[in-house]
Design a protein around this ligand. Sequence first.
Ligand code: ADP
Ligand code: MG
Length: 737
Amino acid sequence: FLSARSLPLTGSSSSHTNSEKQRFLDHREFIRKTRESLPIYFCRSELLRYIGENSVSIIMGETGSGKTTQLVQYLYEVGYASGGKQIGCTQPRRLAAIGVSTRVAEEVGCTLGTTVGYSIHLDDMTTEQTKIRFMTDGVLLREVVNDPFLEKYSVIVMDEAHERSMDTDVLLGVLKGICRRRSDLKVIVTSATMNIMKFSAFFNNAPYYEIPGKTFDVELEYASTPVEDYVHAAVIKAMEIHVRATLDSEKQHSDTTTTTTGTTPPPTDDNGGDILIFMTGRDDVYGACALLKQRLHSMRRPSGEHWDETLLIIPCMSEAVQNSAASAVLFDPAPPGMRKCIISTNVAETSLTIHGIRYVIDCGMMKTNVFHPTFGMNTLKRYPTSKAQSNQRKGRAGRTAKGTCFRLFTREQFTNEMLPATIPEIQRSSVDTVVLLLKSIGVRDLSGFDFIDAPPEANMRSSLWQLWLFGALDDAGDITESGRCMLEFPVNPTLANILIHSTRLKCSAEVLSIVAMLSADVKSLFEMPAGKEEDARQAHGRFANGESDHLTYLNVYQQYQQPGAGGGRQWAREHFLNVTVLERAIHVREQLVEKMQRLKLDIASAGDGETDVIRRCLVHGYSLQAARKVAGKWSEYQSLLNVGVTCHVVPSSSILNAGTVPEYIIYDDLMFTTKEYFVTVTAVDPAWLVAVGRGLYTINGGGSGAAVDMGGSGDEWAVTLSSSCNAAKELRAERAA
Ligand code: ADP
Ligand code: MG
């Protein structure tokens, strides 16, 4: 504990120590006052009584009422962490777990990682002494594999349950089962004001508790016609608001001063309210920030001041909450005479609360992962938000005073095109990991599992086949040793299978680096600063491997890792590489190495220049993501699993740099811009596809190989799905449906 006692309160009388002490005490006092002003504080004892009386509690409260930060502290204060038990609190997002635990550690007055800690995939900041443990839902789910009754917890708070992430949904079912066997376990589900009846119904009509809170009216303004470019429209709206609100508050100011004293008034705290803009992702957020700054800078006031000088433009993404300098800018009031304009992804919808927002601009869109049945994988795409989500966004304007919400869509679009509520992730995503997890905790009949909303059966079947092909499930559908091994890795079964095979093929050292890069948001690795595109392209060109984007990433990683030979941060910046991605990849790799060692999987290097074996190893994960070139086309490929479907390789792929393009490829991902593209592609020898797992592919040779022949010469041989492989048949049928 960092308590007042641990400071040098006695003995020294130096003013330095005294002011330090005073600052510390002021800060503690400030935290106490803040805590005691939150809506949840006023119902603390009633809430604790309600929790005491029920084995499952469902708590609903407006965002900002104190559910996330206070509830766990109350439980701790009244002794739920005694007897060696822990208080667990799950978060749907990794970065939220870090951000929230940082805040709670500060409020409790301890160093993060002691009394209060967090565990996320690839990063554990807890010790034996930890009493309040924040984690992602996924981490807790994996704990169930080794500790089926979650014995080390006395309470589990499932926070932000309304987000209905895939792991949240599975965890709800698992916890419901555990509660039946452990009467001493308390489960608390907290949610913003959405979905509450659904949770109650799921837990056999458990009573729910609503934290009383005060909110103000929010006026709504819709677009009169559908908006084409919401970044542009949001910027224009923000400019209007800023200029009008500034002029209004100056006018009010001068009115009151002339009627009272006639002298210059002291600056008021009230700047007329801050602005919050909802965009869909990193690109939009930065794009809108830059455009708003530029537009306002080009406008001058009569005094000569540029309009951007009084607007503090702050990008806000989940990363912001883990960095204390960045979060201070976000949470602190704007400096006098300034207004804040926060441009955010949907993190500001429910998981963090910023005071003083009186204007919300909602683009009506979000980015989300959706299962693409034709390709059998998830893709990130922009979609309209649901009605519930847009109403939640609107509510952000009415926290401190009356507010206004500008919707960048028409009333008709809201009424006719938006779904009432967001479809839970489990019903729109690939369920490979879920299926494997459930199998590992002994759920044999997946359709009998108590899902709050069951995933479509077709998705479950497709995952079962894929896992069987990977050798993660046996013929009876039970999990194998290899399947358990895959679950140990904090990556999807595709990448886990590649890691497992790399030991046998003696190329783990390289494969670990590739998997680490893929897990580190590698899509933002190559930077293209405006005006320096040509320099950047040249710098990036030296890493390109004409056979493989995976190997291109490996080149970058290996060169970065050799500061003596020219790598390192400065080197990375000179080569227009994103240092954050590289540092994260190093961190991820370390954790993967640790896992490999624990699982007694050898880590050997393929050796310099030995890249074929690495490409061969990749096929073990991507066997269902294979495609063959369409005859006579440059970068167009047809899926081997779904023969009629063709797709282009993304133009930036390094395999398009060489003079020729390969006949067969595997791909890591799909991307949508104006059309669909395969991204992160590697050329493969078709014989490798035939050799891989359970006879999925076969060679159709000479003469009658018409099955995948799209107009080439009639007698070439080709690799096709095997007609004797049931998985192949079933998967093909699923994809075609
Ligand atoms: P809820 O979970 O009900 O939405 P929280 O517990 O997250 O509420 O937030 C309670 C209050 O704590 C809010 O007013 C919020 O602004 C404040 N808060 C949360 N995190 C931080 C932080 N890192 N820095 C400053 N204030 C914070
Ligand atoms: Mg919260």
